[in-house]
Design a protein around this ligand. Structure first.
Ligand SMILES: Cc1ncc(COP(=O)(O)O)c(C=O)c1O
Length: 304
């Protein structure tokens, strides 16, 4: 009875992203009511292994008392503190410092966001501002990769290259460009790592040439393309792309929203190829999925 009324309330009022409205109304919601470790339990008592870890985010698993306690303590002490207008709070300052200590190279400046999409959007604003401050306002074109995912906000979803996120939404914008994915399966150049890397380098060069060499602001890449199909580029690919961006004077953004915080082995996946990006976006896993939150890491040479 309780469960049925929740299903009706859901049908009537709750909008579900990445779901067909009519299909969802017909099927009805599956209510999740509790979780422990890697298992979630629904309102009918069915236990499910949460292979997705929330939405790629509950990397510490459910039910860690130490995390619950820390959140409850903070709620009592100071539940909200803005960083606007020069204000700050101890947890935000300490977390920024801990993250900077663990980040590769000179990624020493941290901007906290509401999640991954907000982090990606923020980089676009930072980057536009950076080029304007450097006296190159014409650098307003952005390049990302087919099958890439960079979030679901209007601007970030235009860097995303999945058709469902574009059709009917009026995106991508005309300043958002794509090059082919380094997808090894059925790649026209074959599966060989060297050929795939060379093809990506040639594609980026050609794209920059066609847009205008002094027009491109930044290039976005996921170290592993997640939502596009968990596509692992060949070893050395990300380093080669990073080096080319440096040569072409284009900022390199590593979108580590689902690869950061240890999920591929190292704390940040881009360090596997030994690179230091100009910006790094992170989110899921930052608070072990318990609080939705993200962060932009900005390199010191950009900040200055
Ligand atoms: C690479 C990447 N960037 C950005 C996002 C957006 O993050 P969020 O869902 O927290 O807005 C995601 C989400 O999965 C992602 O995989």
């Amino acid at each position: 009875m309780y469960n049925n009324s929740l299903i009706e309330l859901d049908r009537a009022h709750l909008i579900h992203p990445v779901a067909s409205y009519r299909g969802h109304e017909q099927q009805g919601v599956r209510v999740l009511s509790s979780a422990k470790g890697a298992t979630v339990t629904d309102a009918s008592g069915h236990q499910l292994v949460d292979g997705f870890a929330g939405l790629w985010c509950v990397n510490a698993g459910y039910g860690h008392e130490s995390i619950v306690e820390a959140a409850a303590r903070q709620m009592r002490e100071l539940p909200y503190a803005t960083a606007y207008f020069g204000l700050g709070s101890e947890p935000a300052i300490r977390l920024a410092s801990e993250l900077a200590d663990r980040a590769p190279g000179d990624l020493k400046h941290i901007y906290f966001t509401l999640g991954g999409s907000d982090a990606v959007d923020s980089t676009i604003r930072f980057i536009r501002y950076y080029w304007i401050a450097k006296g190159q306002p014409q650098r307003d074109q952005f390049i990302s990769i087919e099958q890439g995912y960079h979030g679901s906000s209007t601007v970030g979803a235009g860097l995303t290259a999945l058709p469902n996120f574009h059709a009917g939404f009026g995106i991508p914008f005309d300043w958002q460009h794509k090059i082919p994915s380094p997808y090894p399966y059925r790649n026209p150049v074959g599966e060989d790592a060297k050929s795939i890397i060379e093809a990506s380098l040639a594609a980026l060069r050609a794209k920059v040439e066609s847009i205008g060499p002094d027009r491109v602001a930044a290039f976005y890449a996921e170290p592993i393309q997640g939502s596009g199909g968990v596509i692992v580029p060949p070893k050395g690919w990300i380093k080669a792309m990073r080096d080319l961006c440096r040569e072409l004077d284009i900022l390199f953004v590593a979108d580590e929203v689902i690869t950061g915080f240890g999920r591929t082995g190292p704390l940040f996946a881009c360090t596997d190829d030994g690179i230091v990006p100009d910006f790094m976006t992170t989110a899921k896993g930052l608070t072990s999925g318990y609080v939705p939150m993200g962060a932009v890491f900005m390199a010191d040479h950009v900040y200055r």
